[in-house]
Design a protein. Structure first.
Length: 224
DNA sequence: AATTTCCGTCGAATTACTTCA
DNA sequence: TTTGAAGTAATTCGACGGAAA
């Protein structure tokens, strides 16, 4: 189901570390399950961040777009950036683990629970998907780089081998002692590779990468 | 049944802002 | 204190699919 979260942990951990929600994952998961069904008034909104809480920073700046009132959508046109509180991020994150896409019902429920506008929830999910994709791209890129290095090395080795064989051919004494090429069914290199091939998990990026993508494609299908 | 229009959502690109080293 | 980089919320735009007319 959630393979991509592996790749996400990189970026997200740096982000969530700001808020240091140590071991709060299960707490939030549970909380979300309850709250999505029973949005509680005790759930403080971002704008109501307690003093000393990191969430308080969300209100810095005077015209925060945080808060649920729809009248302040743009108003003076200022685009103050809110910082989602630790709680808000955790709930959204948990929700994203369940579904990477939103349906209108979930969007509304999350918005209500988190005291955000539905649009903000929508934007968060969009950006979150974008981050997921970016991370996956980085992982794919690293993998291809490794494959490229391996192939380069293999190519170098084969070139060397060809040179050695040519040298042998030019040396008559050694050459005459060799088995005629017509009876050579498999060169040593190929032979070696053949015996190794079963032990190689992934033989080419072309094989492995599509599998990456297939997994994710299946996941998104399952989520839709 | 086929076409058009509207609406909601998406991804991609970009901007604007915050935080931190 | 200033500055640049990184992270991310928000905006814009074009594409697409589904529902209604």
């Amino acid at each position: 189901m959630e393979k991509e979260d592996l790749s996400l942990s990189l970026s997200l951990s740096t982000y969530t570390n700001h808020f240091a929600p140590s071991s709060s994952s299960s707490y939030f998961r549970q909380r979300m399950q309850w709250n999505l069904l029973l949005p509680s008034s005790s759930d403080r909104g971002a704008g109501e961040a307690a003093p000393g809480d990191e969430a308080g920073e969300a209100e810095r700046g005077g015209c925060s777009s945080q808060g649920i009132s729809d009248e302040d959508e743009d108003g003076d046109g200022c685009r103050k950036k809110l910082r989602l509180s630790r709680d808000q991020s955790a709930v959204l994150e948990d929700s994203f683990k369940e579904h990477t896409t939103l349906n209108p019902k979930l969007k509304a429920a999350l918005a209500k629970q988190l005291n955000l506008r539905p649009r903000q929830v929508e934007v968060w999910f969009q950006n979150r998907r974008a981050r997921t994709k970016l991370k996956q791209t980085e992982v794919d890129c690293e993998f291809l780089k490794k494959c490229c290095e391996n192939l380069t090395e293999e190519n170098r080795r084969l070139h060397k081998e060809v040179q050695e064989l040519r040298a042998l051919k030019l040396s008559p004494q050694v050459y005459m002692q060799m088995t005629p090429p017509t009876t050579l069914t498999m060169c040593p290199s190929c032979d070696r590779r053949l015996s190794n091939s079963t032990a190689t998990a992934v033989s080419s990026p072309a094989e492995a990468l599509p599998q990456h993508r297939r997994l994710r494609a299946n996941e998104s299908l399952a989520n839709s």
